[in-house]
Design a protein around this ligand. Structure first.
Ligand code: C2E
Ligand code: MG
Ligand code: MG
Length: 704
């Protein structure tokens, strides 16, 4: 107590003698400044306390209007935060404890204390009250905190009996704190292992026994009082006394329903394809690994079927990605109907699926499954208001014959799938070791193609187009030739599809166009007459954003008259993205660039584009020309195309003319022009120049 402070004392004492005695004692205390207010009744005390601040109350228990315990209760009610020292006339043990229970901080027996004793008692009482208040505030804060957190908290004593449950713990266990108090922990907090259904050893006992924090097992469920099960997680910690010895335990736990659902969801997502819900590569790899392990015990063989949809990109491009996505989902469902429960259908990415047949009894079963898949996929898919037709190519690889591990099984099935595509799609193909040579060749072509441009391994050959009335050269078709440093000449049909797959066709196409235009201009400058230079353009080039710009820039740079250039496009190119196709074709047409449809008749049967687009020329594919005079002698298509060209007012060129008979037929049916070996092979530029100069190599047209 600081000496500078005045201690304000309220003395409640009806006995004037006793009061006088106390006054004297207090006055003797020169080290303390005291200010004593004396009242004789409880009612007066109450009145005084209502209007004045007091530091301590000295209370006699024999007041006229309040006696004994009742007096303490009354004083405590009136001034609950003010320290209270009780004055009694007798030394009574039971009274002494009662006094403290009722909220007084101390009691003094009249006649048995002196001034010093009085001051010390008051000092202690004030300190004790301050501690009690602080403790109460602390307890309150802890209680509020524990009740407002989202986690459940339960405490036990060292014997494992419950001492506290917060609100969340009450809700989760179904026990109120009061009901639970003093009950053994396992009765209130009944937990099981969700899988084994066995009771989990009391975690509190373990925390206390080992005197360290323990975690609940990961798969733990709490059985609520009404029997309802709640998955829970978290930890149990011992509560220690000052000596560090366990004095009980606290368990903090929470409802793990949502967390476990999320964990399950994440686990599922990590192993499944989001679009189709099928297992993804990771899960498939696992399943193949498992199948390999179990194969010897079962049938000994497993099969991996690599599926790639035929023409899916085209559908995606023309009908849109949403339809494409729904189609993939529809295919996923169909595939699931083709397999047994022990098999796996997975999506490998894009339009590729892998089917794992994990129990193959006979090799024939694989072919049966493959045929079932071909059939199921090819049946019409009703997507939105479209009826989509689609086929699939399948490569099959069998364990252990064609591969001993997951990676080689998938790789070889992929290789076999390529072969199925080569064989005309909508088919399945079993893997053969020789296919690897083919796949390696493709790989090596791809690698060498990447450096072919800079190594100047490309050249253009030119094939004349002949007017069938005059016999004169009306144009040249530029055809790309690649001389590989070790393999020699590689045919365009071998490397152009590879260049289209990896995008290298773009820089190659630019080179071809520039070279052909430069050459045409050079011939014209040297006085040779060449009305048309025809250049093949692949779909990928045509759909490239900078295609149009590139063509115009090349025409500008080389100075070739746009009217001398003809671009040859495939039918399939015109059917994709019709809007942008139309605008690109119109821009070319506006500049005077001519457009030809190459290999006419081999692609789609829709002829609507003949009207829609500014097309100048149709080129009849040589496969139709070779029907002329063949055993089957089917000339219907050739005649129809010539008629069609005529009615649309288009120029028509027959490709691949090899024989006199073909030529005669074409002339007889008024085909405008022709090209082919009959006249000249594609030849290097110097030879072509000679052709132009002399037209000597061009055979005389026979007289009709
Ligand atoms: P295409 O545009 O239909 O070219 C005609 C193909 O027929 C050429 O094959 C040509 O050599 C061949 N041919 C010529 N005369 C005869 C004949 O009498 N009988 C037969 N059966 N065939 C004959 P090539 O040069 O192997 O080119 C094949 C295809 O590669 C071309 O077909 C074209 O689609 C593509 N291609 C060639 N050069 C290029 C190019 O620079 N860019 C692009 N994108 N594609 C090209
Ligand atoms: Mg062509
Ligand atoms: Mg052609």
């Amino acid at each position: 107590m600081s000496t500078t402070l005045i201690l304000r004392i309220l003395l409640v004492e009806d006995d004037r003698l006793d009061a006088g005695l106390l006054f004297r004692m207090l006055n003797e205390q020169i080290s303390h400044h005291t200010e004593v207010t004396h009242v004789e009744r409880m009612s007066e005390a109450e009145k005084y306390l209502a209007g004045h601040a007091v530091d301590i109350i000295l209370l006699d228990l024999g007041l006229p209007d309040a006696r004994g315990v009742q007096a303490i209760q009354q004083a405590h009610r009136t001034a609950p935060h003010i320290p209270l020292v009780v004055l009694t006339g007798m030394d009574n043990e039971s009274l002494a404890t009662q006094v403290l229970q009722e909220g007084a901080q101390d009691h003094l027996i009249k006649g048995q204390f002196n001034a010093r004793g009085l001051m010390r008692a008051m000092g202690y009482a004030i300190e004790r009250k301050a501690l009690e208040e602080a403790l109460f505030a602390e307890k309150e804060r802890a209680q509020v905190t524990l009740n407002s957190i989202g986690d459940a908290v339960a405490c036990t004593d060292t014997l494992g009996n419950i001492t506290f449950l917060n609100l969340v713990a009450e809700q989760m266990t179904g026990w109120s704190c009061q009901e639970a108090a003093s009950r053994p922990m396992p009765e209130v907090f009944h937990i099981l292992d969700a899988t084994s259904r066995e009771t989990i050893p009391n975690p509190m006992e373990m925390a206390i026994g080992r005197n360290r924090t323990m975690h609940l097992p990961s798969n733990c469920v709490l059985i609520r009082r009404d029997g309802f099960e709640i998955p829970i997680e978290d930890c149990v910690a011992p509560i220690r006394n000052r000596e560090g010895q366990p004095a009980g335990a606290v368990i903090v736990f929470r409802d793990a329903t949502a967390a476990r659902a999320t964990a399950r969801e994440i686990h599922h997502l990590a192993q499944h394809d989001f679009l189709t819900g099928l297992p993804n590569r990771a899960l498939l790899n696992d399943r193949i690994g498992q199948a390999i392990i179990f194969a010897p015990r079962r049938t000994g063989k497993i099969a991996v079927l690599f599926l790639d949809l035929d023409g899916f990109k085209h559908i995606n491009d023309t009908l849109g990605h949403q339809v494409g996505d729904k189609l993939l989902q529809s295919i996923a469902q169909r595939l699931l109907t083709c397999i047994r429960a022990s098999d796996t259908v997975s999506r490998h990415g894009g339009d590729e699926f892998i089917v794992l047949l994990s129990e193959v009894a006979h090799s024939d079963d694989i072919a049966v499954a493959a045929r079932r898949i071909l059939q199921a996929v090819s049946e019409v898919h009703a997507i939105d208001h479209y009826e989509v037709h689609l086929t699939v190519s399948i490569g099959v690889c069998v364990y252990p014959d064609d591969g001993q591990d997951t990676q080689s099984l998938i790789k070889n099935a992929d290789t076999a799938m390529y072969q199925a595509k080569e064989n005309g799609r909508h088919s399945y193909q079993f893997f053969k070791p020789s296919m690897n040579t083919w796949a390696e060749e493709r790989q090596s072509i791809e690698e060498s193609l990447r450096v072919a441009l800079e190594r100047r391994e490309f050249a253009l050959h030119y094939q004349p187009m002949i007017n069938l009335t005059t016999g004169k050269i009306t144009g040249a078709e530029a055809l790309l030739r690649w001389t590989h440093p070790t393999r020699g000449l590689i045919a365009p049909m071998k490397f152009i599809p590879v260049a289209e797959d990896n995008g290298l066709i773009l820089p190659i196409g630019v080179w071809v166009l520039r070279e052909a235009c430069r050459q045409a201009r050079a011939w014209m400058d040297s006085g040779l007459s060449l009305p048309t230079m025809a250049v093949n353009v692949s779909g990928l080039e045509f759909r490239n954003e900078s295609f149009l710009e590139g063509v115009f820039a090349i025409l500008e740079d080389t100075g070739l008259d746009p009217r001398s250039l003809e671009l040859e496009l495939n039918e399939s190119v015109l059917l994709k993205h019709t809007r942008s196709t139309e605008s690109v074709l119109r821009s070319l047409n506006a500049r005077g660039v001519h457009l030809a449809i190459d290999d006419f008749g081999t692609g789609y049967s829709s002829l609507s584009y003949l009207n829609k687009f500014p097309i100048d020329t149709l080129k009849i594919d040589h496969s139709f020309i070779h029907q002329i005079g063949a055993v089957s002698d089917n000339t219907t298509i050739v005649k129809a195309v010539i008629g069609l060209a005529r009615s649309f007012n288009l120029r028509v060129v027959a490709e691949g003319v090899e024989t006199q008979e073909e030529l005669a037929f074409l002339r007889g049916h008024l085909c405008d022009e022709a090209q082919g070996q009959y006249f000249s092979q594609p030849v290097p530029p110097c030879q072509f120049a000679t052709l132009l100069q002399t037209e000597a190599a061009v055979r005389e047209l026979p007289h009709e």
